[in-house]
Design a protein around this ligand. Structure first.
Ligand SMILES: [Zn+2]
Length: 380
């Protein structure tokens, strides 16, 4: 049903123009390379990895417990398939954005507020969504395993790849009731830092800590410790650290990335400039990719998943180019679970979870959750 995807893409393209108005200044000044020129240096791309990291999960002996618990409440990953069964069907995907903590500040009656209503969900909504995903039999699985086609789930449960786009806490979030960055607390757990009238404090009301809590409550909600995919652009830094020229900020991002990886999260590129990969030239894609990798590689380590901004698919040559640059798993937007392997790249689809989907596609979302039950009463 390409129509859904195309309509979403069109809508989101318009919205991002509005939402990223502030960022546009940054883009202009920062000079995201485009089709217009500054290209070349493709030889500087990082070496091509052999393929998705977990290419042979089937051979792992089933000896250790499925979930091991660290000193904190966060669960870590395992390759064990004990108690799990091989899944043969398609793998569904859902994606969200950082959560709205204070709807009154986000859902204002202006263009930015309408953007938040359309493309974001609240923490209250996401809590209810997680609960229903669990009760409806879904289990989080690793994106890279899903890409290989070797997915394992607890008996009677269905696999789901969860992803979060734009985990950058852009400057336009400021004062709108969202978190301002992800940080590690004193126990090493991931928390959302919130700044409001009462000062700065750490919150568990954001996607990563809420997923961790759900998995801690229901270990079968995660297979092999998998949590989700977190996609980062680069033009305003990473994870809400906007000043990556500062050593302390770089150290925070490195530690955060290491912790996320160790606890089942997959890190992904969302391109440097949130570019439209359908309409950007190959030279432009190459330049953007180089810029993202120069920023992120020293801090995030190897990243081989890329999420298309706007769900805009590149041409086959673009898919290949991104694959050669190391992004062997690429995610787009569709309402059907789809996995296509070509040119050494696996492209998988995801379904958007946001206000537009609540209003427009409650029936399609029904296998995952009941929109009427999860909808935040504070949503206009
Ligand atoms: Zn995005």
């Amino acid at each position: 049903m390409a129509g859904h995807r195309d309509r979403w893409r069109l809508l989101v393209s318009v919205a991002v123009v509005l939402l990223v108005a502030g960022a546009a200044v940054q883009l202009g000044r920062g000079g995201v390379a485009t089709a217009s020129g500054r290209v070349g240096r493709s030889h500087a791309h990082r070496p091509t990895p052999a393929g998705p990291q977990s290419s042979s999960p089937v051979t792992v002996p089933a000896t250790s417990p499925t979930i091991s618990t660290t000193t904190s409440t966060t669960t870590s990953t395992t390759t064990s398939t004990a108690g799990l069964v091989h899944w043969h069907g398609p793998v569904e995907g859902l994606f969200l954005h950082p959560l709205v903590l204070r709807p009154r500040l986000a859902f204002t009656d202006d263009r930015l507020g309408h953007g938040f209503q359309d493309y974001f969900v609240t923490a209250r909504e996401f809590r209810a969504i997680l609960d229903q995903l669990w009760r409806n039999g879904w289990t989080l699985v690793d994106a890279q395993r899903a890409a290989t086609g070797h997915v394992w789930v607890p008996v009677g449960r269905k696999p789901l790849v969860l992803s979060e786009d734009d985990v950058n806490y852009y400057r336009y979030f400021e004062g709108r009731g969202l978190a301002r960055r992800l940080v590690l607390d004193s126990r090493g757990d991931v928390r959302a830092e919130v700044r409001d009238r009462n000062g700065t404090h750490l919150s568990t009301s954001d996607l990563v800590p809420l997923v961790e809590a759900e998995v801690a409550r229901h270990p079968d909600f995660s297979a092999q410790g998998a949590k989700g995919v977190l996609a980062e652009t680069g033009y305003e830094g990473l994870f809400g650290e906007h000043r990556l020229d500062r050593p302390a900020a770089r150290a925070r991002v490195s530690a955060l990335a290491a912790r996320l990886r160790a606890t089942g999260w997959t890190l992904a590129s969302h391109t440097y400039g949130h570019i439209d990969l359908t309409h950007t030239s190959l030279a432009g894609i190459r330049a953007d990719t180089l810029r993202w990798q120069q920023l992120a590689a020293p801090l995030l380590g190897r990243v081989d998943v890329l999420i298309y901004p706007f769900g805009a698919r590149p041409t086959p040559a673009g898919v290949r180019l991104l694959g050669v640059a190391g992004f062997r798993v690429q995610l787009d937007i569709d309402v059907r679970a789809r996995r296509v392997a070509e040119h050494g790249v696996v492209v998988m689809s995801r379904w958007h979870v946001d206000g537009l989907a609540f209003d427009g596609h409650p029936r399609e979302l029904r296998p995952f959750f009941d929109v009427a039950q999860v909808r935040d009463p504070r949503r206009p």
